[in-house]
Design a protein around this ligand. Structure first.
Ligand SMILES: CCCCCCCCCCCC(=O)SCCNC(=O)CCNC(=O)[C@H](O)C(C)(C)COP(=O)(O)OP(=O)(O)OC[C@H]1O[C@@H](n2cnc3c(N)ncnc32)[C@H](O)[C@@H]1OP(=O)(O)O
Length: 238
């Protein structure tokens, strides 16, 4: 397993240290990171191909994923922000956390969504910079991918929402550089609350690594998010 990680580090050039002087060019902005890259192992490619096949009849859709939120997306969220100019500035500079590490060493993933079944699936290969216990993924890295996949499921089925509650049972440790499948589904909706759950399994589905339940709360357009405030930032400004 560790040999597989070392090979991956060499392939991606991560052992050469971080790249410096990267600019915010449009090339960087528009790279879709949910497509195969040289760091993906055979399992990851196989699963990706299987889901692409399932997407051919339109029942599943691959979700593109970028390091930077496209500023066009500001339209989706600006109703919640009193200072749209500041939001635009922040969105153009800030990076999406699961995309912030170098290729192959951190979070390699692709998500697919099924609108009919209200399900989101994430295929995830956790790289060598996500180590917790020796040889295994850090629990926080697993939680990050669980939260991100549950979040996509909640947002795509219910609209703009944030995680209010997340419970995870870690059943088995996930080997570093292995591929797991996160299966999410919307269980029910109560008012603004979206209840979304998931399990994390091995590719052959035989090993259950983790299970999670969550509550997402759809943002209330009557409340605003003040991104400059350091204390309570999501308040009723009316
Ligand atoms: C474009 C980008 C794409 C990008 C897509 C990328 C996807 C990434 C997804 C990652 C998601 C995240 O990490 S989000 C980051 C982590 N989460 C946060 O920072 C959220 C911090 N919390 C908050 O801001 C707030 O508490 C909210 C928004 C969650 C809720 O505030 P609110 O809107 O004022 O809600 P409030 O009126 O209090 O309650 C509404 C209802 O929800 C219930 N409720 C409230 N909090 C909880 C709770 N913790 N657990 C259970 N239930 C709760 C209340 O009882 C009530 O039920 P009833 O009386 O109606 O029955």
């Amino acid at each position: 397993m560790l040999r597989r990680c070392a090979r991956l580090l060499r392939t991606t050039g991560a052992l050469c240290g971080p790249k410096r002087g990267r600019s915010f060019s449009s090339e960087v902005l528009h790279v879709d990171h949910s497509l195969p890259n040289p760091s993906w192992n055979e399992d990851m490619r196989l699963l990706f191909d299987q889901f692409m096949k399932k997407s051919e009849d339109g029942s599943w859709k691959r979700l593109p994923s970028y390091k930077y939120n496209p500023t066009e997306r500001i339209e989706d969220v600006k109703i919640f922000f009193p200072d749209a100019k500041l939001l635009k500035e922040q969105m153009s500079q800030a990076q999406l956390f699961p995309r912030s590490l170098g290729e192959g060493v951190g979070f390699e993933y692709a998500m697919f969504h099924n609108h009919v079944e209200d399900r989101t699936v994430c295929i995830f290969q956790g790289g060598p910079h996500l180590q917790g216990a020796p040889g295994f993924l850090h629990g926080g890295a697993i939680a990050t991918m669980i939260d991100s996949t549950l979040g996509m499921c909640a947002i795509l089925t219910g609209g703009i929402a944030m995680t209010a509650n997340l419970n995870i049972n870690f059943r088995r440790p996930i080997p570093l550089c292995s591929v797991v499948v996160i299966n999410c589904q919307l269980d029910r909706v109560e008012g603004r609350k979206l209840f979304v759950s998931c399990n994390v399994r091995s590719m052959d589905e035989k090993t259950l690594y983790s299970e999670a339940t969550s509550t997402f709360v759809k943002l209330d357009p009557k409340k605003k998010i003040d991104i400059r405030a350091s204390g309570a930032f999501y308040t009723n400004l009316q």
